[in-house]
Design a protein around this ligand. Structure first.
Ligand code: PEP
Length: 251
């Protein structure tokens, strides 16, 4: 049985003054989320604040990105060891905003995945097609390419130590969610592709859905057999909405 994970991606949002209220609200509701793991991924500068407030609670925390380098002359970058130093459990790699706005390609994302994994972090590997790719029928080709970048280079066992998030680019921050069936189809495709290499890894792999998940669509999405939680952007910035999604995942 896969324990669902709901991870909040705050993106470039949040203030030191506001983080306490948001985290206190999440912590206060965790009693109603017995069967799901919950994590938040704040911007780097808010991680120490999150770590201080979440230590000893059921809520984990993580980064939104990391460098492939260990240290040195890489202005503006953050190393995996800096994330683990602050108790991060998770790190998002290959979010579509990193891929499209910052030119991260499959090879770089795979390298980030491996650096994170080797540092003891649980990488959340984001994959997903653009609207154009969906409309021209290449969703599976694109998702397979993004997945294979890790699978072929580092193997199924490495993928098994992370989490995959299927995030159709056209659904991220748009209010346009994939239908439960559309999401399930791609999740099943992802699991099948991993199963072709290692069935045990595929069976245990958590595949999250991300893309305008909200309290009013979370129950139906989470009910799909291959959806094992969510990567939540906008709705993770409001404790009540985020908790409602966590409850949907918890069942
Ligand atoms: C995301 O940023 O990963 C995301 C899924 O955003 P949203 O929930 O706002 O669509």
């Amino acid at each position: 049985m896969r324990k669902p994970l709901v991870a909040g991606n705050w993106k470039m949002n949040g203030t030191r003054a506001g983080v306490g209220e948001l985290l206190d609200g999440i912590k206060a509701g965790m009693g109603a989320v017995p069967n799901a793991e919950v994590a938040v991924c704040p911007p780097f500068v808010l991680i120490p604040e999150a770590a201080a407030r979440l230590a000893g609670t059921a809520v984990a925390w993580g980064g939104q990105n990391l460098s492939t380098h260990a240290s040195g002359a890489y202005t503006g970058e953050i190393a995996a060891s800096m994330l683990t130093d602050y108790g991060c459990k998770y790190v998002i790699v290959g979010h579509s905003e990193r891929r499209t706005l910052y030119g991260e390609d499959d090879a770089l994302v795979a390298e980030k995945y491996e650096v994170a994994r080797k540092a003891g972090l649980v990488p959340i590997l984001c994959v997903g097609e653009t609207l154009e790719e969906r409309e021209n029928g290449t969703t599976e080709v694109v998702v397979a390419r993004q997945l294979d970048a890790v699978l072929e280079r580092f193997g199924a066992a490495a993928l098994g130590q992370g989490v995959v998030a299927y995030e159709p680019v056209w659904a991220i921050g748009t209010g346009r969610t994939a239908s439960p069936q559309q999401a399930q189809d791609v999740h099943a495709f992802i699991r099948g592709r991993v199963a072709a290499r290692d069935r045990a890894v595929a069976d245990a792999l958590r595949v999250l859905y991300g893309g305008s998940m909200k309290p009013d669509n979370a129950v139906e999405l989470m009910a799909q057999p291959d959806i094992d939680g969510g990567l939540i952007g906008g709705a993770s910035l409001k404790a009540s909405d985020f908790l409602a999604i966590c409850k949907a995942a918890s069942g």
